[in-house]
Design a protein around this ligand. Structure first.
Ligand code: 1CP
Length: 343
């Protein structure tokens, strides 16, 4: 595959680039009026995810409108529980809800390890997006980390504390491992399918890493992320574990190329703890609520702290829906300009 812009893939392979590549978590959807138009045509979130033509369109929008160095396939981490047999609904302005959730071994009766083909609509959206991108930028595939997916399957939706999911780890550890193993196997099948369909690099989102103790994190999350990383050998992998500052030394040992960082992680300290990794991140999305001058200053500070090499610029978590598009563009343009002039 010949790319017009392969900055992200080069950076992920630790090759020198003329500037720092940049993309944003949640760059599709949320902030773009163009997204909302397509979303209105689709009527609901799941139809959008399951219609490859529309999913491809909103995947490419941020490449055209924001000028990011990569596209990320428009989907959700919750397609995995659904493929395993646990249906979810996306309630307007509320988020995901599972009509049934997993509480005991009996609830596993309708649950199976998912095969990639069961998520054919995502694979079709990837193939179509790749054709339409035509090598302009690489395409990122993704999945949730097993622990984060487990949290939604047990909790039945979002939560501030995920106390039901954590209760399961304390009260039914063996059963927890059984379910985590099934999610891990499904995720390996799915990510391999995404790469075969054309994803150039994949990111594993462990959004709820930070609510576990270091000991629990090693046992119930990192172990399964490591299995996924070991199984994926034909594309670079990014692991983003939000709040897992306590696991950085362990994450340096994963068979992945890139570690995504949130804004709680000090950049210099992270360089020392993860010397073998390319680092991605980590500006606080709330920094984009400041003035354009504030955004420029904060972005330059981030670029200076990471230095000119072994960095992929991003936010420390996804964009919030009320962040203004011109602030987002300012972040992207500042990374591009400042990182080219800084070397
Ligand atoms: O109707 C809508 O437009 C709903 C908003 C929305 C969007 C645009 C949801 C509901 N999901 C998505 C798409 C999505 N989700 C993408 C692709 C788009 C992009 O990156 O530009 C990705 C990568 C995700 C991943 C995702 N979904 C995560 C991991 C990343 C993170 O933010 O930590 C998580 C935790 C979810 C679950 C989810 N889906 C949607 C919501 C509101 C939530 C969070 C619910 C909660 O608070 O627990």
């Amino acid at each position: 595959m010949h790319f017009q812009n392969d900055l992200l893939l080069k950076a992920a392979k630790a090759e020198t680039t003329q500037r720092t590549p940049v993309w944003l978590m949640r760059q599709a959807g949320r902030i773009l009026p163009e997204y909302r138009k397509v979303r209105a045509i689709a009527k609901d979130f799941k139809t959008l995810v399951k219609t490859p033509e529309l999913a491809a369109e909103v995947t490419i929008q941020p490449v055209d409108i924001l000028g990011v160095d990569a596209a990320i396939i428009f989907s959700d981490i919750l397609v995995i529980p659904e493929a395993m047999g646990l249906n979810y609904e996306m309630e307007e302005s509320k988020g995901p809800v599972f009509p049934k959730c997993i509480m005991s071994p009996a609830d596993l009766s309708g649950i199976h390890v998912a095969q990639a083909e069961e998520l054919h609509y995502v694979l079709d959206a990837i193939k179509l997006t790749k054709r339409q991108l035509n090598g302009r930028v690489p395409l990122i595939g993704f999945s949730g980390a097993p622990w984060t997916i487990f949290s939604y399957m047990v909790e039945g939706g979002g939560s501030k504390t995920f106390s039901k999911a954590k209760k399961m780890l304390y009260t039914q550890p063996e059963f927890s491992h059984r379910l985590l193993t099934m999610i891990t196997e499904s995720t390996i099948n799915y990510l391999k399918g995404q790469i075969t369909a054309g994803a150039d690099i994949v990111q594993i989102f462990d959004s709820w890493a930070g609510i576990l103790s270091p000991e629990q994190y090693a046992e119930f999350s990192l172990k399964y992320i490591a299995r996924i990383c070991d199984a994926i050998d034909n594309a670079p992998t990014i692991v983003f574990a939000k709040g897992a500052y306590f696991a950085r030394e362990e994450m340096n040992k994963l068979h992945c190329q890139v570690i995504g960082m949130d804004w709680n992680m000090d950049i210099q300290e992270s360089r020392k703890m993860m010397p073998d990794k390319i680092l991605q991140g980590n500006l606080d999305p709330c920094a984009l609520y400041g003035s354009l001058d504030d955004v420029k200053r904060e972005t330059r500070k981030m670029i200076d702290a990471f230095g000119p090499r072994r960095h992929i610029a991003n936010l420390g978590h996804g964009l919030y829906p009320d962040i203004e598009v011109d602030k987002v563009k300012c972040f992207i343009d500042t990374v591009k300009e400042y990182s080219s002039s800084a070397r």
